[in-house]
Design a protein around this ligand. Structure first.
Ligand code: AP5
Length: 222
């Protein structure tokens, strides 16, 4: 990816749109930090921390964790960054209150947001992607039973760890997460469009094809 892509990027899109997949690819290619609130919350649950204990029940039901908790988590993360930090935000912000808070946090540090990539994928594809997702319990590498299968079923190609299914990737929880997305997160497209930051990305096709579309947008070739 060319250097002039900007330093702060938000990835928006429904559960299963490929935000995590694209963020990891961008991180590998640009060295930008990947900040996933979902990953931070799952790590907090695994460690048994107070944040994890508070977040657990919300996540299990497919609901959003309260804004204040997530905003504090991001404030902590930004406080640990250097002078000109480069971030790919994945899964944050997710409500208008979180977007307002991010705007204030970045303004206070005089580091603007450069792009918001709004990844669109048809509902049926999203459900297939989520129900087939498998993640390595040891190293976090992600697979898909049909679209990106591991060489040996249930075993990570990278570290031989066990592949597991996320608790919130059960059918009824996927439905709840999609409803929450429609209600709470979709309005963020208008929020960022009005600021001239929104870039619409077709999220269908292979991960490499989606990355190429993002690259074209980021470099003004579209
Ligand atoms: P989070 O972990 O953020 O989940 P999500 O937004 O629901 O998104 P996903 O991780 O499910 O999907 P993704 O878009 O990253 O897709 P992925 O690349 O993994 O949040 C989980 C929960 O935490 C929330 O429900 C909430 O409770 C809480 N939470 C998190 N952030 C919060 C916040 N800010 N505020 C409040 N609460 C918060 O891909 C999915 C699958 O598809 C994979 O198997 C992948 O291999 C496959 N795939 C990816 N791209 C393609 C492609 N192009 N073609 C085919 N398959 C593909």
């Amino acid at each position: 990816m060319e250097a002039q892509v900007g330093n702060r990027i938000v990835l928006l899109g429904p559960p299963g749109a490929g935000k995590g997949t694209q963020a990891k690819l961008m991180q590998e290619q640009t060295g930008m930090s990947h900040i996933s609130t979902g990953d931070l919350l799952r790590a907090a649950i695994a460690s048994g921390s107070p944040i994890g204990q508070e977040a657990h029940a919300f996540m299990e039901r497919g609901e959003l964790v309260p804004d204040a908790l997530v905003i504090n988590m991001i404030e902590d993360r930004l406080a640990r960054a250097g002078d000109d930090p480069s971030f790919i935000f994945d899964g944050f912000p997710r409500t208008v209150a979180q977007a307002d808070a991010l705007e204030h946090m970045l303004a206070a540090r005089q580091i603007p947001l450069d792009h918001v990539m709004n990844i669109a994928v048809p509902r049926d594809d999203v459900v297939r992607r989520l129900s087939g997702r498998r993640t390595c319990a040891r190293c976090g590498t992600m697979f898909h039973v049909d679209f990106d299968p591991s060489r040996r079923p249930g075993v990570c190609d990278r570290c031989e760890g066990e592949l597991t299914q996320r608790d919130d990737d059960r059918e009824e929880t996927i439905r709840a997460r999609l409803e929450v997305y429609d209600k709470a997160t979709k309005p963020l497209a208008a929020f960022y469009r009005s600021r001239g930051l929104l870039r619409d990305i077709d999220g269908t096709g292979t991960a490499a094809q989606v990355l190429e579309r993002m690259r074209a947008q980021l470099n003004g070739r579209h």
